[in-house]
Design a protein around this ligand. Structure first.
Ligand SMILES: Cc1ncc(COP(=O)(O)O)c(C=O)c1O
Length: 466
C-alpha cells in the first residue's frame, strides 16, 4: 500500500463543496484540464491514492474518472495509470468555442483518430529497420524518396488503389500540401496560367494555389461529382479533383464523368491532379479505384499517410506522368533534397509486412461503426438534418433546414464548447442558393469520447432547430 502511494503523483484538487462529492472532483479535474494546468500526457494519481489524499471513498474517485474518460479528457484502462488526453484546440477554428471557454468537443473534419495510431507495430518496425540499416542509409539519398518506399508503394497502390505506377514514377513528399505546392510550380514552369478547382473545395488548398500565382476557376459539383461540362467552357490548363470522395460533399465521381474528365484532359492537353486523401476508407462493397489508372500520362495521383496513419508523419506520394517527371525531380532537388529518409524506410517495412493493411482494415471497421452511429442518432434525434456523403472517409455533410438554423447551430456549438466547420467557407463565392450544412469530422474524437461527442452534436442541432 505504502508503495502504491509513494509511487503515485500529487494532484491539487480544489473542491467547491457544492453538489455531490463525485461531481465536485470531476468538475475540479475537468477545469484543471481546460485551463491548461493539467496538460496532455499528465499522469493522474491512482483512484486509491487520490481517495486517500482527499479523504473520500475510492468509488467516488473511480466514478469521477469514468465520467472524465467518457467525455474524452483522460484515459481509463484497468490496471494502468490514467493520463490526460485532451489537447486544447489550436487556433485553426472558424467556428471556435466561445472566447474564454475551452472547447470540449471537436468534430472538425480533416483528422483521423490520433489515439488509434498503431504505436506498438510502428515501434517494432522502427526497431527492426534500425537494427538492419547499413551506414549509408544515414547519408544523402534520392530527392525522389527512398527506393525501398517507392517499391513498397508501387505494389501497395497498385493492389489497394488501382494506381498504375513504377518506383521510378513515384515521388515521396510530405503530404498533399507539399505535393500541391510542387505541382503548382511544375504547372507554372510548364506555361500554365490557370487551374480549375472543385466548388466547393478545401479553402486551404485554394489559398495555396492562389499564392503560387495561378488563377483559379471554380467548377460546380453535383451528385455525380465535378461537372465536366462546366469545365469545358473554362480556359484552364489543369484541374484539381477529389474523385473517390469529393471534399467536402462526399460524393463519388460517376463512371460517365470519369470518362468525360480524362477525355477532356486528352483533348485539351491538360493535367488532372487527383487528390486521393481518404480512398482507403470506403464503406460500401464497391471499391472506387484511382482515376489515374485511366490516364496515367495525364493524371498526377497524390496519396497521403495523413488519414490512414497520422498527419504528424508528413508523408505522401505523387505518381508522376513520365513527361513531367524530370521537371518535378529537378525542382525537388533544389527545394529540399527530398524527405527525411529514415521514416520512409520504416513506412516501407510497415507496408511490406502487411501492418498498414491490418491497420487500415481495423480503422475501416471503426469508422464505419462511427458513421452508422452518427447517421442513426441524427435520424432519431434531429430528423430535420439530412446526413449525406457517407459512403467513404471520416466526414459527413449534415444539411440543415435553412440559414437561420445553420447560424443557430454555430451559436449553440460555441456556447457548448463544440468545434464545428460549416460548409460556407468551402464555396468559392457566397451564394444564397447554396445549401446550409455543417461538415462533421467523425474520425477525430478518440473512441471513448465518440458517443458523447455525437450526443452533444445532436443536442446542439436540436437546440438550434427546435
Ligand atoms: C481535401 C484534402 N486533401 C488532402 C489532405 C491531406 O493533406 P496532407 O497530406 O498535407 O496532410 C487533406 C487534409 O485534411 C484534405 O482535407
Amino acid at each position: 500500500m505504502a508503495d502504491e502511494w509513494s509511487s503515485s503523483v500529487d494532484l491539487c484538487v480544489e473542491l467547491s463543496h457544492r453538489g455531490s462529492l463525485g461531481r465536485d472532483v470531476e468538475r475540479a479535474i475537468r477545469q484543471a484540464i481546460c485551463d491548461g494546468r493539467l496538460v496532455v500526457n499528465a499522469r493522474l494519481p491512482s483512484t486509491r491514492a487520490l481517495a486517500h489524499d482527499l479523504g473520500v471513498a475510492r468509488g467516488t474517485i473511480a466514478g469521477a474518472y469514468a465520467q472524465l474518460a467518457a467525455e474524452g479528457y483522460i484515459t481509463l484502462r484497468p490496471g494502468a495509470v490514467s493520463e490526460v488526453i485532451w489537447v486544447p484546440p489550436a487556433a485553426e477554428t472558424p467556428a471556435a468555442a466561445e472566447p474564454g471557454r475551452a472547447a470540449r468537443w471537436d468534430l472538425r473534419p480533416g483528422s483521423p483518430d490520433s489515439s488509434s495510431f498503431p504505436r506498438q507495430a510502428w515501434v517494432r518496425t522502427t526497431r527492426s529497420v534500425f537494427q538492419r540499416l547499413p551506414p549509408d542509409a544515414f547519408g544523402y539519398g534520392s530527392s525522389q524518396g527512398t527506393i525501398e518506399l517507392r517499391r513498397a508503394l508501387t505494389s501497395y497502390l497498385g493492389r489497394a488503389r488501382g494506381v498504375l505506377a513504377s518506383p521510378e514514377g513515384l515521388m515521396i513528399c510530405s503530404g498533399f500540401t507539399q505535393a500541391l505546392r510542387l505541382i503548382c510550380e511544375v504547372l507554372r514552369l510548364s506555361g500554365a496560367r490557370a487551374v480549375a478547382m472543385e466548388d466547393p473545395c478545401a479553402p486551404r488548398y485554394r489559398e495555396l494555389v492562389a499564392s503560387s500565382g495561378l488563377r483559379i476557376a471554380g467548377v460546380p459539383c453535383d451528385g455525380e461529382g465535378v461537372q465536366v461540362a462546366a469545365l469545358k467552357s473554362l480556359d484552364v490548363q489543369a484541374v484539381i479533383v477529389t474523385p473517390a470522395h469529393q471534399y467536402p460533399l462526399g460524393v463519388t465521381l460517376s463512371p460517365a464523368r470519369r470518362n468525360a474528365l480524362t477525355e477532356w484532359a486528352r483533348q485539351r492537353d491538360a493535367l488532372i491532379i487527383e487528390d486521393d486523401y481518404d480512398g482507403e476508407f470506403r464503406f460500401d462493397r464497391r471499391p472506387v479505384g484511382s482515376l489515374q489508372q485511366m490516364a496515367a500520362d495525364r493524371v498526377l495521383y497524390v496519396g497521403t499517410a495523413s488519414k490512414t496513419l497520422a498527419p504528424a508523419l508528413r508523408l505522401g506520394w505523387i505518381a508522376l506522368p513520365a513527361a513531367i517527371r524530370p521537371l518535378a525531380v529537378g525542382i525537388r532537388e533544389w527545394l529540399d533534397r527530398g524527405n527525411a529518409a529514415l521514416e520512409q524506410l520504416v513506412l516501407a517495412d510497415f507496408i511490406n509486412s502487411g501492418a498498414l493493411d491490418r491497420h487500415v482494415r481495423r480503422m475501416r471497421v471503426e469508422y464505419r461503426g462511427r458513421r452508422d452511429y452518427l447517421a442513426r442518432v441524427l435520424a432519431r434525434d434531429v430528423p430535420q438534418a439530412a446526413v449525406t456523403g457517407i459512403a467513404a472517409g471520416m466526414h459527413a455533410l449534415v444539411t440543415l433546414p435553412g440559414e437561420t438554423q445553420a447560424r443557430a447551430v454555430l451559436a449553440a456549438a460555441r456556447r457548448r464548447g463544440l468545434l464545428l466547420h460549416t460548409i460556407e467557407e468551402y464555396w468559392h463565392e457566397p451564394d444564397p442558393a447554396h445549401p446550409h450544412a455543417i461538415v462533421v469530422g467523425y474520425g477525430r474524437p478518440p473512441a471513448n469520447a465518440f458517443r458523447s461527442c455525437i450526443s452533444e452534436l445532436a443536442a446542439v442541432i436540436a437546440e438550434a432547430c427546435g
